[in-house]
Design a protein around this ligand. Structure first.
Ligand code: UD1
Length: 336
């Protein structure tokens, strides 16, 4: 039986694909390449020496998805495909709700038709909203988000919980990611955002490689260790291993389980900038800017549940994350 990765050519999907192939899984990718490049597939094959079937289709295209399921023997699904830019989601909420929710519903309907019951979902720590105290624990009430992107994650979590309540065969793991950064140590795959990056580490990397002049640090007057925002950064290879562990868990359980994938540690923006500069011996010019609307001062995971249920903990350090990111960026200054 094969594992279907929707959005498998994206940043987290491609690293998970490599991890699963290395662990001996057979993998099928469905990706319309709307926010990824076909070259990723060549790089995955190069790193692993293994083949992967690719369907260049939109997950919301039901007929195309049915064709995939009828041609491949799919036993489980990891669902990465979706729009993910917070700012854009505020400008184009309907596009975000239509795309992210439609694709998930279509996928679940086709899975049901073909009797596939194992599902891992790419959720986000953003579902904890702005009122929960840190560190975030899975048992906390989930009542609302600060942006439509986050709401799509929260709504899809609810859809999946309801689907599990109705179908006792269904097994769902809702992986709530904290802040994935870094790249595969080979330097052959990594994050390749189109246009000017919104997230911190892709921006830092573009400044370091000379594509952007200066990083803007959004606020230095937060009640944190040095006044800048604190987040729980996690190496994308650790995150990929978390998906493999979640898949193994889903094989042996039923029902819906939300699990944080984070390190449990917080790092400030300035700590990130300084670590990146130090381990890579490259300057990262920055200036302090006003706070970015919607940002929280500080959040990080309680990572106990992943340890207990998945036997998984984040192992790579902030230094590893910065080094691997630079290895990718400096060897691929224009991305793929
Ligand atoms: C956001 C989303 C999260 C999403 C993640 C990755 C929220 C609350 N969080 O996380 O759901 O999964 O993006 O797409 O919506 N920073 C700067 N300068 C920059 C960029 C960022 O100082 O140019 C700071 C931010 O203020 C923040 C930290 O760096 O303190 C991390 O920001 P970012 O990488 O954008 O991630 P989040 O906002 O934490």
């Amino acid at each position: 039986m094969k594992v279907l990765l929707t959005g498998g050519a994206g940043y987290i999907g491609s690293h998970t694909c490599v991890e699963l192939l290395n662990q001996g899984y057979e993998v099928v990718i469905a990706d319309d390449f709307s926010n990824s490049k076909p070259e990723v597939i060549n790089r995955i094959k190069e790193i692993t020496g293994k083949d992967v079937d690719v369907y260049p289709i939109d997950v919301a295209d039901k007929n195309a998805m049915k064709k995939l399921f009828s041609e491949q023997s799919i036993g489980s699904v990891i669902h990465f495909a979706g729009y993910k830019a917070v700012g854009e989601s505020c400008q184009k909420p309907l596009m975000y709700y239509r795309n992210n929710i439609d694709a998930t519903l279509t996928l679940l309907e086709v899975m049901e038709e073909f009797g596939v019951n194992k599902f891992v979902f790419s959720s986000s720590a953003t579902v904890y909203g702005e009122n929960n105290p840190i560190p975030y624990v899975e048992t906390m009430p989930i009542t609302g988000c600060t942006n439509p992107y986050g709401w799509t994650k929260l709504m899809i979590e609810q859809i999946l919980k309801d689907a599990c309540a109705a179908n006792k065969e269904l097994s769902v793991v809702l992986l709530r990611y904290f802040n994935p950064i870094g790249a595969h140590p080979s330097g052959r795959i990594g994050e390749d955002p189109s246009g000017i990056p919104n997230n911190l580490l892709p921006y830092v990397a573009k400044v370091a490689v000379g594509k952007l002049p200066k990083l803007g640090v959004f606020g230095n007057d937060y009640p944190t260790v040095d006044g800048t925002g604190v987040r729980d950064y996690i190496h994308v290879v650790d995150l990929a291993k978390g998906h493999a562990a979640a898949l193994a868990y889903a094989e042996n359980h039923t029902g819906a389980e939300a699990i944080n994938l984070g390190s449990g540690k917080g790092h400030s923006v300035l700590e990130i900038v300084n670590t990146f500069s130090r381990v890579n011996n490259v300057p990262v010019p920055y200036e302090i800017k006003p706070r970015r609307e919607g940002d929280l001062p500080e959040f990080y995971a309680n990572a106990e549940k992943a340890k207990e249920l998945l036997d998984w903990t984040a192992e790579l350090t902030l230094e590893d994350m910065c080094r691997d990111l630079w290895n990718w960026q400096s060897n691929n200054p224009d991305g793929y």
